[in-house]
Ligand binder design. Sequence first.
Ligand code: NDP
Length: 240
Amino acid sequence: MTRTAIVTGGSRGIGAAISKALQAAGCKVAANYAGNDEAAAAFTKETGIPTYKWSVADYDACAAGIAKVEADLGPIEVLVNNAGITRDAPFHKMTAGKWRDVIDTNLSGIFNMTHPVWPGMRERGFGRIINISSLNGQKGQFGQVNYSAAKAGDIGFTRALAQEGAAKGITVNAVCPGYIATEMVMAVPEQVREAIVGQIPVGRLGEVDEIARCVTFLASDEAGFITGSTISANGGQYFS
Ligand code: NDP
């Protein structure tokens, strides 16, 4: 697959695995990130994948960043909207700031990134958009009204935009990971982690590479008949 791809939040966690998998599949890859310069530098040193810093929550920054990536690597053909944050709190303690931060990054972020690449994909008659949603956007999660709302919104965005892209060779799909062994999940106390694993029928956390493989498949030329879909990768925890 010799396509040009960008992965938001592509230098750490699930995003880093996606960037590497797309590179291994033959893509020219750019990895966007928000602020962790040290992790980004280490990632570029390890992989040779260039990193680009801007916030997906800022529309103008996305447009400018995408223009820079396209000048460096060529027109973007594959966009993976992976960047995401959590600002958890039970609803009675959820501030407007926590609500806004999560909606701005996890939901508006995918609009901000997709809108600037869309005209070029339409003109060229090819595009792959893959949005990383979440199990907790499908089922709802205590303490995550903001996150669940944003991630459910990502699925609605996917389904609607898939219909607009279909006649133009652009597919739009979502991947919903369950609990994945990232730094964030491994940092929770062992007892809590054991309780989480106890709810997963396959009896383990998911691996970042298992999400990356779903994305690489959806990004491939061969996946052109799949659009508006949601792939659940959650070890059998929830069916949707
Ligand atoms: P991490 O916290 O490990 O990494 C998040 C990445 O997103 C980082 O590279 C970070 O940049 C970047 N990022 C955060 N905010 C912004 C922003 N405003 N603009 C640009 N980049 C940003 O996350 P995970 O790998 O765990 O999660 C990746 C995606 O998968 C998220 O959308 C998450 O919601 C989703 N997900 C994760 C699950 C899990 O179990 N881990 C389960 C279900 C869904 P920087 O390095 O600069 O901080």
